[in-house]
Ligand binder design. Structure first.
Ligand code: ATP
Ligand code: MG
Length: 392
């Protein structure tokens, strides 16, 4: 019976000139998300609305699942689409629709009609009153409540007539592609996929970089990161994953620098390399999953020392999140089960027993001098010889 979905979006952020850009991006992302769903879908915008109409048989729950992952949507309303065949016919259709949607249920309701097409012979106030009365007479469990109805029966009279009463929450945020592009430092952990999801939710397109240390980290560890990128891409759209071989740099740091500073120096090289690739791929910011105090390399002092090697803004959406809150999002986006698979991470292999928690930038810079003979060519090699995987 449901032949269409009315798509609602928050309008506060999209006044004026930006509105068509926002709406077109939303239409594009909805089309993309429905491509993998069985059925034929027609997606278009009218004033203030985006519509999805279906033709023939289609996979309702597949379509709903896909739409729930599109950023920019605040609510999805499964709707009945009717040709105008007179008001009496409309009354019957609405009652049949409600009986099917709430079989045998007791509900309070209110009719809310809007007439975008003014030549419709019955005005909104009359529709509300007459339709309300007709529902009351024909559905035993339904009672009117104009103040706090459980069921709002929305009727929109346009070229066609749309009837809907359920509003399923959407993913919120802004449509992908309306917010520039950023480079996510994606590890196999819990945090960075969540960080990527959160930044993508603001409309930002993502590239991702993963630092791989073969043979110390396995192919399966790399596959796990690709799988996480795929999970994020269900929301964020296509992601280019750059896999950087970090082994020789890590070994070199291990040889030349104090071991308690290993992690922090490694983190600085990750940021430098990520920024290089970001520049090449027209990303304008870096994204990490860091959160204050989580580990030694994420104290405020460590973050400051890591940060000083970048000139691009570094977005750290989880900076003030507790682990439980991060895990909750990780589970919501279906990343958690993959994130906790036990594969080694390049950071943990050479990790010191007592890493510095209050590094001094001056001292770290001085110790990085020990690397000057070979580090530039190693970084160059890491950047140019990276593997690039398209994740969709
Ligand atoms: P995560 O759960 O995201 O792995 P974490 O709590 O393990 O984070 P760290 O290992 O200190 O924290 O890493 C901090 C951040 O640095 C990560 O969130 C990620 O953005 C980035 N990062 C760490 N290791 C890698 C890696 N091997 N490849 C790419 N980025 C990494
Ligand atoms: Mg990690």
């Amino acid at each position: 019976m449901i032949k269409a979905f009315l798509i609602k979006y928050a309008e506060i952020a999209i006044k004026g000139k930006n509105r068509p850009i926002f709406e077109d991006a939303l239409v594009r992302q909805i089309r993309r998300s429905l491509k993998k769903v069985e059925g034929s879908f027609h997606v278009y915008k009218t004033q203030g609305r985006v519509h999805v109409e279906t033709e023939g048989e289609y996979d309702y729950s597949g379509a709903m699942d896909a739409l729930k992952k599109v950023f920019g949507i605040t609510a999805i309303c499964p709707a009945l689409v009717l040709e105008d065949e007179g008001f009496d016919r409309l009354k019957e259709e609405v009652v049949a629709f409600l009986k099917e949607s709430y079989p045998g249920e007791e509900k309070t309701f209110k009719v809310h009609a809007r007439r975008a097409r003014k030549n419709y012979p019955v005005n909104s106030t009359e529709i509300n009153a007459t339709m309300g009365e007709y529902i009351l007479e024909n559905i035993p469990g339904f009672k009117v409540d104009v103040h706090e109805p459980e069921v709002m029966v929305d009727i929109e009279i346009r070229e066609k007539i749309y009837v809907y009463s359920k509003s399923i929450p959407g993913a919120g945020g802004m449509p992908t592609g309306t917010g520039g592009k950023a480079m996510l430092l994606l590890s196999g952990g819990i945090d960075s996929p969540v960080a990527g999801y959160m930044i993508a939710k603001r409309g930002v397109l993502l590239n991702a970089v993963y630092f791989h240390a073969p043979p110390y980290t396995s192919e399966r560890a790399k596959q796990k990161v690709a799988d996480l990128a795929e999970i994020v891409s269900r929301y964020a759209g296509e992601i280019w994953l750059h896999v950087v071989n970090f082994t020789e740099i890590q070994k070199y740091i291990y040889e030349k620098c104090p071991h308690d500073e290993l992690t922090i120096i490694m983190r600085r090289y990750m940021m430098r390399i990520a920024e290089r690739i970001a520049e090449e791929t027209e990303c304008m910011a870096l994204v990490t999953g860091e959160s204050i105090g989580q580990v030694a390399s994420q104290t405020v002092q460590s973050l400051a020392v890591t940060n000083e090697v970048c000139t691009m803004p570094v977005f750290r959406p989880l900076i003030a999140f507790d682990k439980e809150d991060i895990i909750k999002i990780s589970k919501d986006i279906d990343a958690f089960e993959t994130s906790i698979l036990p594969f080694e991470d390049c950071c943990t292999i050479w990790v010191a027993k007592h890493p510095v928690t209050k590094p001094s930038a001056k001292i770290i810079r001085r110790h990085e001098e020990n690397l000057k003979e070979l580090i530039d060519e190693m970084v160059e090699r890491a950047v140019t010889e990276r593997e690039v995987i398209k994740i969709d």
